[in-house]
Design a protein around this ligand. Structure first.
Ligand code: ADP
Ligand code: MG
Length: 332
């Protein structure tokens, strides 16, 4: 209770003491990129239409196709499009996780997504000289250009990763569905030891299962396309603000304010809690054995017997309360 209460002061909801136990010996920490390491708000950096296409028309088509998606990418495209969204024009919307969206706009088949989606549908697309997440757009199988968007790394991400290392975590890994170039740039910025890019949701799951073999795995994600990974990880953390409702439900720990720095502190709380529990168990057993020996030897006055029972229990409780004092004094 001391550990869970302490964690809640730091803005982390821990759903059970067993999760503190797992957290205390986490060896690998795996992060999702979009919405977890980055703040999930993408900005449109450039609109590059194919020749003969008006840039406003390209943006309008993309914004209409993304009208019903709650992916951070979709939100940014809608924010960049200044005009109104006319729902009458949209029909038959399908979102393909890790790929993009397909919709009928004004009776034309529109695809908006990454190169994987384009090649699966047989649309030829080309890369962009700008680094960022590239959203390719096609109309009736014809490539009409791309939109370049970029997301911003959370200001405390690098610090959180460094603190996890300092707390004894062996490996920090990033899993993302985004392009390799973008993933590597962000991994560099925050100091990840390993990057895996261009993963589909089920590939993220496979990769997590593989990493789990190397030791207790802590997964940190926002739940958009990665809720299944949360279910297989030994312990999972979701973003309380940006995360999907499914993620908050599926995860074992919830970061109320999406503040990544709280994770290494929570690992330290978990370790401290385990240390105090072990101390209390060892202390109680040792005292009981000593007093029992005194009893057998016939040198046990009544007051000492009462102390052996109630006194030891009170000392153990006081020892546990140290946890709260430590957290208040920022000792962990
Ligand atoms: P991450 O693993 O970084 O959280 P996702 O798995 O959610 O990313 O998405 C992976 C990739 O799939 C994105 O980088 C984007 O190229 C594409 N994508 C996913 N959803 C959409 C969408 N609604 N619109 C366009 N592209 C999308
Ligand atoms: Mg994500």
């Amino acid at each position: 209770f001391g550990g869970i209460g302490g964690a809640s002061r730091l803005g982390i909801l821990v759903k059970g003491s067993n999760y503190l136990e797992t957290l205390s010996h986490a060896e690998t920490v795996v992060f999702d990129k979009t919405g977890t390491l980055t703040d999930g708000s993408f900005n449109v950096v450039a609109v590059h239409p194919s020749s003969g296409i008006d840039p406003d028309r390209l943006l309008s088509i993309a914004a209409h196709a993304e009208a019903y998606s709650n992916h951070p990418i979709a939100l940014s495209v809608r924010a960049a499009y200044s005009g109104p969204i006319d729902q009458q024009r949209i029909d038959d919307v399908q979102e393909q996780s890790g790929h993009g969206v397909r919709a009928r706009i004004d009776e034309h088949v529109v695809l908006v997504g990454n190169d994987k989606l384009m090649s699966e549908c047989g649309v030829g697309c080309h890369d962009c000289e700008l680094t960022g997440t590239i959203l390719h757009v096609s109309l009736d199988g014809e490539y009409i250009g791309h939109i370049v968007i970029a997301d911003v790394v959370k200001p405390d991400a690098a610090e959180a990763v460094a603190a996890l290392r300092a707390a004894g975590v062996k490996k920090t890994v990033m899993l993302t569905g985004d392009s390799r170039a973008r993933a590597e740039k962000i991994a560099d910025e925050v100091g990840m030891s390993e990057v895996n890019a261009q993963l589909l949701p089920d590939e993220k799951l496979e990769k997590a299962e593989l990493l789990k073999k190397d030791g207790a795995l802590l997964y940190v994600g926002d739940g958009i396309n990665d809720a299944p990974v949360m279910a297989v990880a030994d312990c999972s953390v979701s973003m309380g603000k940006l995360g999907s409702a499914a993620a908050v439900e599926a995860s074992d720990l919830v970061l109320i304010s999406d503040n990544l720095r709280a994770i290494p502190r929570c690992v330290r709380i978990a370790r401290k809690t385990r240390k105090i529990v072990t101390e209390n168990i060892a202390f109680s057993i040792a005292m009981k054995v000593a007093f029992m020996a005194l009893g057998v030897a016939g040198v046990m006055p009544l007051w000492l017997a009462v102390f052996a029972d109630v006194g030891v229990m009170l000392l153990a409780v006081l020892n546990s309360l140290r946890m709260r004092l430590k957290i208040r004094g920022e000792g962990v």
